[in-house]
Design a protein around this ligand. Sequence first.
Ligand SMILES: Cc1cc2nc3c(=O)[nH]c(=O)nc-3n(C[C@H](O)[C@H](O)[C@H](O)COP(=O)(O)O)c2cc1C
Length: 355
Amino acid sequence: MIEQLLRTPFTELTGVRHPVVQTGMGWVSGPRLVSGTANAGGLGILASATMSYDELERAILEVKSRTDQPFGVNLRADAGDAGDRCDLLIKHGVKVASFALAPKQELIAKLKDHGLVVMPSVGAARHAEKVAAWGADAVMIQGGEGGGHTGSVPTTLLLPTVLDAVDIPVVAAGGFFDGRGLAAALSYGAAGVGMGTRFLLTQDSAVPQAVKDLYLSHDLNGTVVTAKVDGMPHRMLRTDLVAELEETSAVKRLGPTLKRTLEFKKSSGMSWVELAKDGRAMKKTQGRTLAQMTLAANTPVMLKAGLVEGDTAAGVLASGQVVGVIDDLPTCEELIDRIVLRAVEELRRGSSYLV
Ligand SMILES: Cc1cc2nc3c(=O)[nH]c(=O)nc-3n(C[C@H](O)[C@H](O)[C@H](O)COP(=O)(O)O)c2cc1C
């Protein structure tokens, strides 16, 4: 394990040793991966969108039993119980609250009052401006090459526009996997990098080995962005199932969609009223249609089938394009150490060009 070699506004803000974030990935970012990252000096973020409230509390306690280092939790800002989940983070002294989509201003204020660092994810400069004005401490950007729900603007263009728009620390995500990327992001002016796919492909991630092997076999053209799973652009591995979804009509997809919605209702323990409430919040914050909201309940089930149960014929596998340049499964510690060492080397090399 290496000592701190890079001090950035992000390491200062969060108290982690290295400016490297393991992002919140549904079904993937569980206690083992998060504590592995935290113990290696990075910021591990638990994904809570696919956990019930009780599961989240158990996961937080498990991380705390495995590490005394700071860590974060990723929350869906539009979830019906987002306020209760924030109280849970406060109760257990979680250091960082990460949000997919913008949290309400009151929620940001409450978390900050209790000493949490608030870091929403943004996909556009205007979103960064909005959450910065509401008091967010930092933002994470995700460029179009990133895995999961994603936009179309690449990291190389999104990052500078967000950096120009706000003066809080910006963490760059989407397409990062090594120390050259970290050095490049820092040179742009970012305060750190976030990585999803790279951390999914570590020994500490609980994804089944056969699924990791499938990821490793994909090249740079091995992902596709499809809106056929939940109505929103979602980058995932190019598999036979995704190809089939892309080709099937909405009418044909309706039966399986309803079946998975029922499965999600059962496994999440949510009532129809709660599902409808969540759906209404999605509609309000994301402008989704009713059909898209029904599809949204599909996503957790399809991701679980792939990422947890290893059933790649029934499940989808979210992935960044970066999967095409990853060919090993290091531990979190090996990964973070080599990223930081290489970044330092690249930054030194870069500064040697100065005349
Ligand atoms: C399997 C998987 C699941 C994801 N789930 C979530 C999620 O639940 N919430 C979220 O905010 N982002 C999610 N993402 C996006 C990541 O947090 C991260 O922003 C993205 O992976 C960065 O791009 P990269 O894969 O190129 O590193 C997911 C990504 C992947 C690959």
